[in-house]
Write a protein of this length. Structure first.
Length: 460
C-alpha cells in the first residue's frame, strides 16, 4: 500500500507542478482576485450571479462553489489533519500545503473545461470530467491517435467516481461523526454501547442526507450556501481563540513543520518506498482527499453554474483550495501541534480523539466534545451531500436517468452503514478511490491544457 500511495503522491504533485508551469503560474497571480470575487463579489461579470439568482433553473456561481466547497470541507479538515500529523509527523502539513498550492492549477483547469464542455439538459447545465474526457480527448482532429480511448477513459472515471461516492466518502464522513458522538457521550459519563451510538449516528446522518439528496443539485447548492459560511466562520473563530491561548507555541510549531518535512527522521521504506518520506505520502494523500484538487469532482458542481465566464468560475475553485487546506487544515494542524497533545504513531488511532485532546486543553473535555461533535456533523453533512451530486452524475453517465432513484437509496443506506466501519479502513478506501479518479482526470487536464490557456487568454 505504501508503494501505491507513493506513486500516486508523486503523480498528483507532478501533475500540479506541470499544469502550473503550463498555465504560467496563473493561480499565484490571481489568488487576490479570487479572494475578492468570493468575499467581496468583485471582479468581471458580477451581474451574472445576480441574474442567476432570478433564474432558479440553475445554481448561482456562489452556490456552485458552496456545493463544491461543502463537498471538500469535511472531516478531513479536522480528523484527517490530526491523524495525518500522528501518522506522518508534523512534516505532513507542509506536503498538504504543497499539494494545495499546485493543486489550484488543477482545480482551475477542471472547472474551466467542465464549463467549456457542459451540456444543457431539461433546462439545466451538467458536465464534468466525463464530458471533457469524452469530447475533448475524443476530438479526432487534435488527438487522432488516441481519440478512440476517450470513451473508455471517461467510463473508467465515472466508474471510479461511483465507487468513491458509494464506498469512500459516506464511509469516512459517517464513521467520523459516529466516533465523535461516542467521545461526546464519554465526556458526559453516559454509558451507552458503541453499537447503539453508531447505529443512532448512522441513521441520523442517513436521514438528513436522504431528505436533501432527493431534491437534487439545486437544493444541495442552496443548503450548502447557507451551511458552509456559517460552519467555516465558527470553526475559524474557535481555532483562532485556541491559537491566541497558545500563541507562544505557534512559531515553534511552524518550525517543527518545516524541520520534519525535510528531516531524515521521516524517510522510510528505502528503495521499496521509492525514497518518499511518510510525511510526503500522508500529507499529499490527505491534502488531496481534503481539497479534491486533481480529482475532478468539484467540476461537476461548477458545471451547473449560471455564468458566461469559465475562467471567472475557475477562480472560485482557486478559493476552494485556499480555504479548505491553507486555512481550515492549517488551523487544525496548528491547534494540535501548539497544544502539545500526545501524538501516537498508529494509523488505527482516531484523528477525532487527537483533535478532542487538543481542544480539551483549553475548552475543557465537555465543551470540546460538544464543539467537535457539532463541527464534525456539519462538516460531514455538507461533504456527504456534496458527494451525492458527484455520484449521481457518474451514475447517470453510466446508466442514464433511470439510475437516480437506485443511487439515492444506495447512497443513503451506505451513509448509515459507514458508522460501523473501522476508521483506518474507511480512510484507506477514501484515499484509494481518490487516487483512481485522479489518474484519468489529470491525464486529461494535461492533454487539454492548451484549451485552458486559450480560455484564460479570452478572460484576460
Amino acid at each position: 500500500m505504501e508503494v501505491f500511495s507513493s506513486l500516486f503522491s508523486i503523480f498528483i504533485l507532478s501533475g500540479g507542478i506541470v499544469q502550473t508551469a503550463k498555465l504560467r503560474c496563473f493561480q499565484f497571480g490571481h489568488l487576490k482576485q479570487s479572494l475578492k470575487i468570493v468575499l467581496f463579489s468583485e471582479g468581471k461579470n458580477v451581474s451574472i450571479s445576480r441574474k442567476a439568482e432570478r433564474d432558479r433553473r440553475g445554481t448561482t456561481p456562489f452556490e456552485a462553489m458552496a456545493s463544491a466547497l461543502g463537498g471538500s470541507i469535511g472531516t478531513a479538515n479536522i480528523a484527517g489533519t490530526a491523524s495525518a500529523i500522528a501518522i506522518g509527523g508534523a512534516g505532513a502539513v507542509f506536503y498538504m500545503w504543497l499539494a494545495a498550492v499546485f493543486g489550484m492549477a488543477l482545480k482551475l483547469s477542471e472547472i474551466v473545461l467542465a464549463l467549456k464542455y457542459r451540456e444543457k439538459r431539461n433546462g439545466e447545465y451538467s458536465g464534468g470530467p466525463m464530458s471533457y474526457i469524452e469530447r475533448g480527448i475524443g476530438n479526432k482532429k487534435r488527438f487522432s491517435a488516441i481519440s478512440r480511448f476517450a470513451k473508455p477513459l471517461a467510463i473508467s472515471y465515472a466508474a471510479f467516481t461511483l465507487l468513491s461516492s458509494s464506498f469512500g466518502t459516506p464511509l469516512v464522513q459517517s464513521n467520523t461523526v459516529a466516533r465523535s458522538a461516542s467521545d461526546l457521550l464519554l465526556a458526559f459519563d453516559l454509558k451507552i454501547s458503541d453499537i447503539a451510538v453508531f447505529a443512532a449516528s448512522g441513521l441520523v446522518c442517513a436521514a438528513l442526507t436522504g431528505i436533501v439528496v432527493i431534491g437534487g443539485a439545486k437544493r444541495i447548492g442552496r443548503i450548502s450556501s447557507l451551511l458552509v459560511p456559517f460552519m467555516a466562520l465558527g470553526y475559524i473563530a474557535i481555532c483562532s481563540a485556541m491559537l491566541f491561548k497558545f500563541r507562544a507555541n505557534i512559531l515553534p510549531s511552524l518550525v517543527r513543520i518545516f524541520k520534519e518535512a525535510f528531516g531524515f527522521r521521516q524517510i522510510g521504506g528505502g528503495f521499496c518506498g521509492l525514497c518518499v518520506s511518510k510525511a510526503m505520502r500522508v500529507g499529499i494523500s490527505r491534502g488531496v482527499y481534503s481539497n479534491e484538487a486533481g480529482v475532478g469532482t468539484s467540476a461537476m458542481a461548477h458545471a451547473s453554474a449560471q455564468t458566461d465566464s469559465a475562467v471567472r468560475q475557475g477562480l472560485y475553485g482557486i478559493f476552494e483550495v485556499f480555504a479548505d487546506t491553507l486555512v481550515m487544515c492549517t488551523l487544525t494542524a496548528l491547534v494540535v501541534l501548539s497544544s502539545g497533545v500526545n501524538l501516537p504513531r498508529d494509523p488505527s488511532v482516531s484523528g477525532t480523539s487527537i483533535a478532542l485532546s487538543a481542544f480539551s486543553s483549553v475548552l475543557g473535555e465537555r465543551a470540546a466534545s460538544v464543539f467537535l461533535s457539532v463541527s464534525l456533523l456539519l462538516f460531514a453533512y455538507t461533504s456527504i451531500i456534496g458527494w451525492s451530486v458527484y455520484g449521481l452524475s457518474a451514475a447517470k453517465y453510466l446508466f442514464g436517468e433511470k439510475a437516480k432513484t437506485p443511487f439515492c437509496v444506495l447512497f443513503t443506506l451506505l451513509t448509515a452503514l459507514g458508522a460501523f466501519v473501522r476508521v483506518d479502513i474507511a480512510w484507506k478506501c477514501g484515499e484509494i478511490f481518490n487516487f483512481l479518479m485522479a489518474a484519468p482526470n489529470i491525464l486529461a487536464l494535461l492533454m487539454l491544457s492548451k484549451e485552458v490557456k486559450k480560455e484564460i487568454g479570452f478572460y484576460e
